[in-house]
Design a protein around this ligand. Structure first.
Ligand code: BGC
Length: 445
């Protein structure tokens, strides 16, 4: 399965999860609270990127990737309101240059779940000032780093943020929480997005600015029930469509309110899909909102993170075709400390992308989450997403088989039956039925 010569082969990370010592961030304070992070894990040095991202970028280059998605930590760049830290911006410049020097094209996210503490004190996404502050932060970043960045994401997974912070309360809490505050926050995030989009485009009209939208497949469980099916459609519309429709036509819709937001219509150049899993829902929703009853045959990743459902990626791609924009898979991965399922996971998800490309669907790149194991938010270090394993105690790295497989794929711009045979032979009959006789013949030898 050959991929186009300009395809982007990437990995993805977020600042708080890899940099270490982000003490001015709301997540740092949240980590100190009892019961907020599984086992009481701490991010600590994380992957030590603030000191030495270069070491992992060397590994990314060795892997053969030509793209990487990273995020900037607002709390480093603006540690106090209106005080911008030149040294922090310089360090980001250095990291971006280190990528480019290694043939790795950066895609930069401005906001990935974490906030400066001072902003939280001012009410962050529930405040009046947020749009102005976000716009100003963006302007400073664009002024100092914009010449190095061709692709931007404004806000990572706004609806995961809405869900995890305001409804599930798994993310740092502040004064306001719950559905009403969350709806208000989503509207403010849309305004922030629009402001950031135009700030970037005013200075760099050729820059590509998009959104990274988590796109789960939502299905009814049990599927026979009409009310469950009705609810699954509503949830998908709320979770998957509302944000994209809003940036398309500028209108806020159910359940986030009504009305038009200025300068929002058309404020995106590409769609970033973060795809992980399929979720089942029933009405009324039970505790945890999603049903975890995946069925006996399902492959479920570590810590009940989710079902492995590669075809869902193809379905997610089809779902966004109507927007007629280039598509990047800006995140895709699974927690799998022993690397039992990751090789097959990669092969099968890439097969879905290959299939989409073969129908001329505009999928331009793939960013695997993640390059190295990193701090998985409220799951701490219990969930390991890395192509490369990382021991947070010793900072030691070791390649997983899936990392070797991804490396072969990136170097060759293809997925082959030989790779499947080596890394996940169970995938051969699924992916390359035509090659079966060869394998069978080999087995006979
Ligand atoms: C987030 C990442 C996270 C990953 C794995 C995505 O929703 O953007 O920050 O680590 O999922 O759970």
């Amino acid at each position: 399965m050959t991929f186009p010569p300009d395809f982007l082969w990437g990995t993805a990370t977020a600042s708080y999860q890899v940099e270490g010592n982000n003490r001015n961030s709301d997540w740092w304070t949240w980590e100190q609270g009892d019961g907020n992070i599984l086992r009481g894990d701490k991010s600590g040095l994380a992957c030590n990127w603030w000191e030495n991202a270069e070491a992992d970028l060397d590994l990314a280059a060795e892997m053969g990737t030509n793209a990487h998605r990273l995020s900037l930590e607002w709390s480093r760049i603006e540690p106090e309101p209106s005080v911008f830290d030149r040294a922090a911006l310089d360090r980001y410049r250095q990291i971006l240059k280190a990528m480019i020097d290694r043939g790795i094209e950066p895609m930069v996210t401005l906001h990935h779940f974490s906030n400066p503490l001072w902003l939280v004190e001012k009410g962050d996404f529930n405040s009046e000032i947020i749009v102005e502050y976000f716009q100003r932060y963006t302007a400073r970043v664009v002024d100092t780093l914009g010449d190095l960045v061709g692709k931007w994401i404004t806000i990572n997974e706004p609806l995961v943020y809405f869900f995890s912070r305001y409804l599930e309360k798994e993310f740092p809490q502040s004064e306001k929480s719950g559905l009403w505050a969350g709806r208000e926050a989503v509207r403010q995030m849309l305004r922030c997005h629009a402001a950031a989009y135009h700030t970037i485009k005013d200075k760099y009209p050729q820059a590509q600015v998009g959104v990274a939208k988590n796109m789960p497949i939502v299905e009814a469980k049990p599927p026979g029930s009409r009310v469950n099916r009705w609810w699954a459609t509503r949830v998908s519309r709320m979770f998957n469509d509302s944000w994209l429709n809003a940036v398309e036509d500028g209108r806020v819709r159910w359940p986030f309110g009504r009305g038009k937001i200025k300068n929002l219509a058309g404020s995106y150049d590409f769609i970033g899909i973060n795809y992980y899993s399929r979720y089942y829902v029933k009405f009324p929703p039970g505790k945890g909102f999603y049903e975890q009853d995946w069925g006996a045959k399902a492959i479920v990743s570590d810590g009940n993170y989710g079902e492995v459902y590669p075809y869902g990626l193809y379905r997610a791609i089809k779902q966004v075709l109507r927007y007629k924009k280039p598509i990047y898979i800006t995140e895709n991965g699974l927690p799998d400390i022993e690397d039992k399922n990751r090789p097959a996971f990669i092969l099968d998800h890439l097969r879905q992308i290959w299939q989409a490309i073969s129908f001329c669907y505009p999928v331009m790149g793939y960013y695997h989450w993640s390059l190295v194991d990193n701090f998985e938010w409220n799951a701490g270090w219990t969930q390991r997403f890395g192509l490369i394993a990382m021991d947070p105690e010793t900072q030691e790295r070791s390649w997983r088989d899936s990392g070797r497989l991804y490396s072969e794929i990136c170097h060759s711009y293809s997925v082959s039956s030989a790779m499947a045979e080596r890394y996940a032979p169970q995938m051969l009959p699924v992916m390359f039925p035509g090659d079966l006789p060869i394998v069978a013949a080999k087995q006979l030898q």
